[in-house]
Design a protein around this ligand. Structure first.
Ligand code: ATP
Length: 252
């Protein structure tokens, strides 16, 4: 059974005129799916719709046996009740809290919150920076805090909008390894927006290529293109094994 199953439609006002974002996808437990595509393709909008930060025009979102959104049944779960972690490009850290306090706030109320915060500080190479406030950190450091804070909520589902984009290459490589480790260790299912083919190949089981709201390809990273449009728009999700890779996707 997929951890996340959705079909979302949303009118976009793009530089090329009106378009419709129209994406359907089912993610298996433990899967990491990368979303790539040119600027304006609708990648961030898709994550915002999944998080409930924007209203779709139609479709549904089901996650962990729960309905988050269903246009036909008029169901809508507000963003604060969707158990997911997300890192968007603006980080949105609390400016008046230290790094440690930002993480502790997110972890509050969970068993083992203290050790979890310490573990995440170490994993994201933030221990030295724990007493600082976000304003005293570089963009890349803030991005690492945002990632650690998203994990501090112990979500099962993680939405990442280019979480490593602001990092220099050596740090980026180290944190890709850390991300792969936490993805496995914390039993996450993840959607990752990335423009970096090497990063996608390294981290993702599948990649969805978007352009102007439409899915151009879905399949294993760096594989030959697989046509994935139906009636010029909706993507066909490849059933388990059909994409020829080792991804853990089961039939819908
Ligand atoms: N709420 C909205 N309603 C309608 N159109 C929107 C909305 N938000 C963004 N758009 C438009 O939809 C298109 C897709 O935007 P989006 O930010 O999702 O693209 P993206 O693929 O994430 O791009 P980038 O790689 O530059 O971040 C853009 O042309 C944008 O202007």
């Amino acid at each position: 059974m997929p951890v996340l199953d959705f079909h979302l439609r949303k009118a976009l006002h793009t530089a090329a005129g009106p378009r419709t974002l129209d994406v359907a996808l089912a993610l298996a437990p433990g899967e990491l799916v990368a979303i790539s595509g040119p600027s304006g393709a609708g990648k961030t909008t898709l994550l915002r719709l999944l998080a409930g930060l924007d209203r779709p025009d139609g479709g549904f979102v089901r996650a962990g046996g729960e309905v988050w959104y269903d246009q036909a049944a008029r169901q809508w779960l507000p963003p604060q009740r969707r158990p997911l972690g997300f890192v968007f490009q603006d980080y949105a850290l609390f400016p008046n809290m230290t790094v440690r306090e930002n993480l502790a706030f997110a972890a509050a109320g969970q068993p083992g919150a203290g050790p979890l915060v310490a573990e995440l500080l170490a994993l994201m190479e933030l221990t030295e920076l724990a007493p600082r406030r976000p304003g005293a950190l570089s963009g890349g450091q803030q991005q690492r805090v945002a990632l650690a804070r998203a994990l501090a909520r112990r979500p099962r589902l993680l939405l990442l909008d280019e979480p490593l984009a602001a990092l220099d290459q050596p740090t980026r490589l180290r944190l890709q390894a850390a991300l792969a480790a936490v993805h496995q260790q914390y039993q996450l299912t993840t959607i990752l927006i990335s423009h970096d083919p090497a990063e996608i190949t390294r981290l993702a089981h599948r990649v969805v290529e978007l352009d102007l709201g439409e899915v151009r390809r879905v399949g294993p990273p760096a594989a030959p293109p697989t046509p994935a449009t139906v009636a010029g728009r909706v993507l066909a999700v490849l059933p388990g094994g059909a994409c020829g890779c080792s991804c853990p996707v089961g039939p819908r």
